[in-house]
Design a protein. Structure first.
Length: 253
């Protein structure tokens, strides 16, 4: 596993605005119930303006705090949080050093590559577009691999996976939303080159997006050093509850 990303934690000490997950990682060292309680307390403090907050997309729309948190664009002002935490607990969780990360256990049985289903290609999708202007090929998939819709077999994407847009929204590798989307689309489009085919269960065609298994995406992000294990664990539990059992692989907070 590549743990180069862990060495970047100290840069947060120089940030005046912090994402909620960073505060919770430093504040809560117990179970998910503790974390949820402190998360709710933090959101309530923001709603009461006891803690100042903003949005990382730079827009000035006055959206509700919980909506910003759900969209993962909420940021918390360090100074006002520390003042509030000191009033609440007598000290700030941000004052101490970060807790060391635990190494990942051996790869579990479920983390084996999945073969992507192969659909028969009966015609070049670019040719189809020329003949049928109303048919679009998504940017995520190459136009040369999609069959003509009328000749395509009636296949349903396998259960137990999610579409690309849910993966992109749930795993913000980059802070900027548009940049994050482009980052993911590049890797999803070139899944083989980036080592992502094992996480893909359905290669999108025409208007249908590709589909992915979140726990394999999480393992790939950690293995490539794009995200920390504790971060992907939290995302799996909160955004993909059907895969919550797989979060145990990534250890404790």
């Amino acid at each position: 596993m590549n743990w180069a990303a862990d060495s970047c934690d100290h840069y947060w000490e120089h940030a005046d605005w912090l994402p909620p997950w960073y505060i919770l990682d430093r504040w809560c060292q117990r179970d998910d119930r503790c974390r949820q309680a402190k998360h709710e307390a933090l959101l309530t403090a923001c709603e009461r303006r006891e803690v100042q907050y903003g949005r990382r997309d730079g827009k000035d729309f006055d959206d509700p705090v919980r909506e910003l948190a759900e969209r993962r664009i909420l940021i918390i002002e360090r100074a006002s949080f520390e003042a509030w935490a000191i009033r609440l607990d007598g000290n700030s969780p941000l004052a101490g050093p970060p807790r060391p990360m635990q190494p990942l256990p051996p790869t579990p049985a479920w983390a084996k590559p999945i073969a992507s289903p192969v659909l028969p290609v009966v015609a070049d999708a670019c040719t189809q577009q020329a003949e049928e202007p109303g048919v679009e090929v998504p940017a995520e998939e190459g136009c040369a691999s999609a069959p003509i819709a009328s000749d395509r077999p009636n296949l349903t994407p396998p259960a137990g996976d999610v579409p690309s847009n849910e993966i992109i929204a749930a795993f913000p590798v980059l802070a900027d939303e548009q940049a994050n989307t482009e980052w993911w689309k590049t890797r999803m489009r070139e899944a083989k080159d980036y080592g992502l085919t094992g996480a893909r269960t359905y290669a999108g065609r025409l208007r249908e997006p590709s589909r992915w298994q979140p726990h394999f995406i999480a393992a790939w992000l950690v293995d490539k050093g794009h995200m920390q294990a504790k971060v992907v664990k939290r995302i799996l539990i909160r955004s993909f509850p059907d895969w919550a059992d797989a979060a145990d692989y990534f250890g404790d907070d």
